[in-house]
Design a protein around this ligand. Structure first.
Ligand code: SF4
Length: 293
């Protein structure tokens, strides 16, 4: 029996409240610590540790309201999962890199590590609330607690962390979760029209024509769905972790019950008022100015 604070949904709410972006409490870390190259996503390129010229003294973005029009689409689809405010206010105690240039490099190096840990927390909290993954909830809960503990380490300890090893342990549990969810979906549909298991993990599906496709319970982990036509597709119970939906058309598609889908993926796609999303995600404003082809 769960104690109140151990209840999966309560635990998810409590952890996720710290995983939402809070730029007001961040020292513009994503605009300084990360590199980007001039491309269709960024009007200019810049190196790691160099402040973007659009970043103002108070750490606000000078073109925040016009990022897409100014050629900075890439900024609109980045999510630090709350790592920015954690590093700024907790790990470095609210001392910004202007005030303390000596620690600036350390802060910029810690940021991507924290971003990865927070991203893992996001997925683990989702895995913990799924009914199909109940047989492994205890394992998930233990790893979730451990990941949360790591986010509270000192800057030096964070820099020494073996992030790939921890990510591999998390990924193994997310894979088990995925298998349980998708198997349940296939069993649930047993007796209805027979469906082929759609397994396209990491596949190149760029520009593919999947309009109206029944791909419930599909494995689309890390699939490249850039500019794919997914209008009216049924993606319920599909594993969408890391799938690249840039410019994919999700108009009328049903993504309810899909797993490991994030707001960033949705922000990168096109959609409309008929697109059905999981409860935790919202319709991006730019969908209402986009017309499906
Ligand atoms: S354009 Fe704005 S949001 Fe993007 S990196 Fe520069 S300051 Fe940050």
């Amino acid at each position: 029996m769960f104690q109140n604070q151990d209840h999966p949904k309560l635990k998810q709410d409590s952890i996720r409240s710290n995983l939402r972006v809070d730029c007001e409490n961040c020292f513009g870390l994503c605009c300084v610590a990360l590199a980007f190259a001039a491309s269709v996503d960024f009007a200019i390129g810049k190196d790691i540790g160099k402040a973007c010229p659009n970043l103002e003294e108070d750490f606000r973005c000078g073109i925040h309201k016009n990022l897409r029009q100014e050629g900075f689409n890439g900024c609109t689809v980045f999510d630090c999962f709350g790592a920015g405010q954690k590093v700024s206010q907790v790990t470095f105690g609210g001392v910004d890199w202007h005030e303390d240039p000596d620690t600036a490099k350390k802060m910029f190096d810690v940021f991507p590590i924290m971003q990865q840990l927070h991203e893992m927390l996001w997925y683990l909290t989702e895995a913990l609330t799924l009914k199909a993954s109940q047989p492994i909830h205890e394992e998930i809960s233990i790893l979730l607690d451990e990941t949360e503990r790591l986010t509270g380490l000192s800057p030096d300890s964070l820099l020494e962390l073996d992030v790939p090893a921890h990510r591999a342990a998390v990924n193994a549990l997310l894979l088990k979760t995925s298998e349980l969810v998708r198997t349940e979906s296939h069993l649930r549909e047993k007796g209805s029209k027979k469906r082929e298991k759609f397994d396209r993990r990491g596949a190149d599906l760029i520009g593919s024509k999947l309009k109206g496709a029944d791909i419930r319970g599909a494995n689309l982990r890390g699939a490249y769905l850039i500019a794919a036509d997914l209008r009216d597709a049924d993606l319920r119970s599909a594993d969408l972790i890391g799938a690249d939906f840039r410019d994919a058309d999700l108009s009328g598609a049903d993504l309810t019950g899909s797993i490991f889908l994030t707001q960033v993926q949705i922000n990168a796609a096109k959609g409309d008022a008929q697109t059905k999303l999981p409860d935790s995600l919202s319709r991006p404003a730019h969908w209402f100015t986009f017309k499906s082809f």
